[in-house]
Design a protein around this ligand. Sequence first.
Ligand code: IPM
Ligand code: MN
Length: 357
Amino acid sequence: MQASIVLLPGDGIGPEVTGQAERVLKLVAEKFGHTFRFSSHPIGGIAIDNGGDPLPQSTIDACRASDAILLGAVGGPKWDDPKAKTRPEAGLLKIRKELGLFANLRPIITFPELVDASPLRREIVEGTDILFFRELTGGLYFGPSGTEQVSPGIERSYSTAVYSTDEIERIVRMAAVAARSRRKKLTMVDKANVLEVSRLWRRVSAALIEKEFSDLTYEVVLVDSMAMHLLSRPTTFDVVVTSNMFGDILTDEASMLPGSLGMLPSASLGSSGPGLYEPIHGSAPDIAGKGIANPLATILAAAMLLRHSLGLEKEAEVIEAAVRKVLAAGHRTADLVRKGQPSVGTISITDYVLAAI
Ligand code: IPM
Ligand code: MN
């Protein structure tokens, strides 16, 4: 197979982790007789530094022309000034919107070898296997917003959550299809006791499930209650679908179940065109350039890329198996060990993965 893969390293540890995932993809291509062409493009803070725009048109064009995109992370204290004209995060939001990537898949899987790295007790987290579907191009992050001066010295700001029937239906359908091939349980999370927009989610979702997915066990859970249940009974969830902001928050919370944000990949998909793959973690500016970042989330994101955008299931499984093998052999990056315990760096852990492939 021939495929063109766009790398968007971004900021902080982004370049370090995408660099390692690229090594893994190159080895897989070589082993399985594929040709992957890579090109790297700026996004986020680095793109602001280069030309004032967190998502240059040339990056959008390259993404559109590609088969799949692998992103590192964007943002950092350097670009955090609340008064700045633009922000790195705007680049990420825009690329999602430009490519129509409305579904963000975030698998939360506990690796047996890492259960003790979780801040939660083994008997609670062991066996957790949740697939989140976070709506990614609507809601509070994209609705009308603004700031106005209401009187001298008093400003007022607003952000609005807007969803239409079709936006809700397509993400719930995608989640339901996934549930069908898993443990057949779908949980829809909202705040319908307060928010009008959530009541639309509830109606649209219930109608769709009744019409097309009556074989699934379907439940609705309020987001505040979900925040609690995720920590008290994570193994009872299979597929979870929710709006943009709730999904953003709940998946960061859920990332603690497996022990480290450094292990979790995600895929952002639309109804056609290239998918975008990235680790869930951010740019971690505090450890950038130190060679200690955990590249495994990005390497696992590369596996998702092979599976979902290139249809290379076997190759994806080979990467995932290699990561498990490395963990089983006891190799750990700093984020996965308790203070003072031995760990290996970004490049070394990747060397072990390459050896296991
Ligand atoms: C994420 C990130 C982004 C988001 C930020 C960086 C815009 O937190 O991918 O979860 O909120 O979607
Ligand atoms: Mn987030």
